[in-house]
Design a protein around this ligand. Structure first.
Ligand SMILES: Nc1ncnc2c1ncn2[C@@H]1O[C@H](COP(=O)(O)OP(=O)(O)OP(=O)(O)O)[C@@H](O)[C@H]1O
Length: 610
């Protein structure tokens, strides 16, 4: 498979090197070659946008600014300061990297349309710099006499330069395509799909945003260098806000998270105005209208059309092979994956007698609402510790505090002896505490397998460069991740994992969320009302699964209203009411406690000790 992809790349590089020479000669061809060089540079810039907007879901309207930073810093060094060609290239890329990092840092806590506005402002400021810092940039006059790379005479020929630019585009495209199918790509997609869920399974979303902005800036910078060297002249008019909008439109029309789609979109929107020129004054209207119609009627862009077609053809020939969620017979025959066994967890925590999780006097008030008001509890290794209480009593808030979603106003949370109060959710996940949500939070546009593989982000380490350049250790790690995710999915009852998470039934989605939380082999699994919305059969399977997991030594914190489930599973119970803990201890004592019956269980509750 890997060899096939490398052969494809080689073949395309060969085609890119020779195709321009097949074009013949003449002024029309010269113009076509010039446009092709422009389109290639646009496509590289748009690939950067694919990473930040398509993968990571961060709206960026500053891509023309990075295109400009790359072009200007390269031209200034090369032409005005006579720095050698490749040293100018390296410094120009480093400068765009820094500017991308800067925009990323500015944008960390800003979302949606506010983020779009910030990126517009960033782009406008840089364009003003290109225009007005005349000592540095030569202002509106621009910089001319930009040379081409080292093959001198040969690259002076536009056709040869086009071959060179096409090879740069191919390498960038392959690098990004590889990235998309890796731990980095999945983490970026998870950030786009559900930022909170990504954080809770261990993806450091701040870091991912910085990575996305920096990567997109570098691609923009490379594109700017390719353009500047190709056109031999640059001026500020080339790097305006309108150009950023054009890049955005190209990416959307192509299909924002598709590499081939983005490249197709860039070429289409570069050549479309030329094809429509016969319409004279009307061509811009038709061009604009065509873009609007595509965006309205084909929201997935060109790649969306191709995907739908492929999906339709595949569906025609396929039977569903997803194992129904209630298939307990099958589940009982499945072994618990070896890596989920207790030995690992003992090693991590030392003694089994220690309390794994200790919460003391935890407080979080929302204005006048005392959501959590001085709660203390201890979870021992191997426990199923249930937290129960009436609606609004503070159970989810307690879990949000423990998993790092909220910062406590006071009190302490110790996990395996370490204070974790106020730490980021991704940090807590890395330590070995994972969770599911009351309202399921999957990554809907990702497949079941990808959803679960995101859960392994904290347990893997291949760098972007190792992945992009296809180094063996990265490929090996990717295979191991895939195997492990398939193993845990198989264990929870999924034989087929290539469907999108959004297409699953409610009960199946719950199971995928649990598999995603389990795949990193956590020390504690925290579940917020996992049986909510499940039918009897699904709940039965869930209880069976959780019991088996607990038997492997997995410690479970369970918030649940289903008292049959609580009674059958709990080894300890904590009861909350109005944010206060009204009882905590063994199930026998708690479920027959007068205060608990009065506040929550009701007089009709009958406890059958198991
Ligand atoms: N982000 C928030 N901002 C303001 N108030 C909040 C917030 N989150 C929770 N609350 C309030 O805190 C209280 C406790 O809510 P919480 O969701 O923790 O209760 P719960 O026991 O999990 O309830 P349920 O069983 O219905 O899920 C409620 O009054 C709720 O309205």
């Amino acid at each position: 498979m890997k060899r096939t992809k490398s052969l494809w790349l080689l073949l395309l590089v060969v085609v890119a090197c020779f195709a321009p020479w097949m074009l013949g000669n003449g002024p029309q061809i010269d113009y076509f070659v010039t446009l092709m060089i422009l389109a290639v540079s646009y496509a590289i810039a748009c690939l950067g946008l694919t990473v930040v907007s398509g993968f990571a879901g961060q709206i960026s309207l500053a891509q023309a600014a990075f295109y400009g930073v790359g072009a200007y810093s390269f031209a200034i060094l090369l032409v005005l300061h006579h720095v050698p060609y490749w040293i100018s290239v390296v410094f120009a890329i480093l400068l765009t990297l820094v500017s991308g990092l800067l925009l990323g840092l500015i944008s960390l806590n800003i979302r949606s349309h506010y983020l779009a506005l910030v990126t517009i402002g960033f782009g406008i400021i840089l364009n003003l710099v290109f225009h007005n810092w005349t000592d540095l940039t030569k202002g509106a006059d621009g910089i001319g006499g930009i040379q081409r790379p080292w093959l001198g005479v040969l690259l002076d020929n536009d056709k040869f330069y086009l071959s060179f630019a096409l090879v740069v585009l191919l390498l960038t495209g392959f690098f990004i395509a590889k990235l998309k199918r890796s731990r980095w790509g999945r983490a970026l997609l998870a950030l786009r799909e559900n930022e909170l869920a990504a954080e809770v399974v261990g993806v450091d979303t701040y870091r991912m945003k910085l990575v996305a902005f920096t990567f997109s800036a570098v691609a923009g910078g490379i594109a700017g260098i390719v353009y500047a060297s190709g056109a031999r002249y640059i001026s500020p008019d080339m790097f305006t806000f309108e150009k950023s909008v054009l890049f955005f439109a190209m990416t959307l029309i192509g299909g924002s998270s598709s590499v081939t789609g983005t490249v197709a979109g860039a070429f289409l929107l570069t050549f479309l105005p030329e094809w429509l020129r016969f319409l004279n004054g009307m061509y811009l209207v038709i061009y604009g209208l065509a873009i609007i119609l595509v965006l309205i009627f084909v929201p997935g862009g060109l790649s969306g059309i191709a995907e739908n077609l492929a999906h339709f053809l595949r569906k025609k020939n396929r039977r569903s092979n997803t194992i129904p969620i209630g298939d307990v017979e099958r589940e009982q025959q499945k072994d618990v994956p070896g890596w989920l066994l207790q030995a690992d967890k003992k090693m991590f925590t030392g003694s089994t007698a220690d309390s794994l999780l200790k919460v003391s006097d935890l407080v979080l008030h929302f204005g006048g609402v005392k959501a959590v008001d001085g709660v203390s509890l201890q979870v021992l290794q191997g426990d199923v510790h249930c937290v129960i209480g009436p609606n609004g009593s503070g159970k989810s808030t307690l879990l949000n505090l423990i998993s790092g979603i909220y910062k406590p106003q006071s009190g302490q949370i110790l996990f395996a002896g370490q204070s974790i109060g106020g730490k980021k959710p991704s940090h807590i996940a890395r330590l070995g505490m994972t969770r599911t949500f009351q309202n399921i939070r999957l990554f809907p546009e990702m497949t079941v397998l990808e959803n679960v593989m995101v859960g392994l982000h904290t347990r893997t380490s291949a760098s972007m460069l190792q992945i992009g350049f296809g180094l063996p250790n990265a490929a090996k790690e990717e295979r191991a991740m895939r195997e492990r995710a398939i193993e845990i999915l198989d264990f929870v009852g999924f034989a087929e994992s290539n469907q999108l998470a959004k297409n699953l039934s409610y009960g199946q989605q719950r199971m995928v969320e649990i598999a995603r939380a389990l795949v990193s082999n956590p020390i504690i699994l925290m579940l917020d009302e996992p049986a909510a919305g499940m039918n009897e059969e699904e709940t039965r399977k869930l209880v069976h699964l959780l019991k088996r997991l607990n038997q492997t030594g997995l410690t479970i914190v369970l918030i649940e209203h289903d008292m049959a489930m609580v009674s059958s599973m709990a080894s300890q119970i904590t009861v909350l009411d109005f944010g206060k803990q009204i009882a905590s201890g063994l199930p026998d004592a708690i479920l027959s406690d007068e205060r608990v019956i009065k506040a929550y269980l009701g007089e009709d509750f009958e406890y059958a000790s198991s």
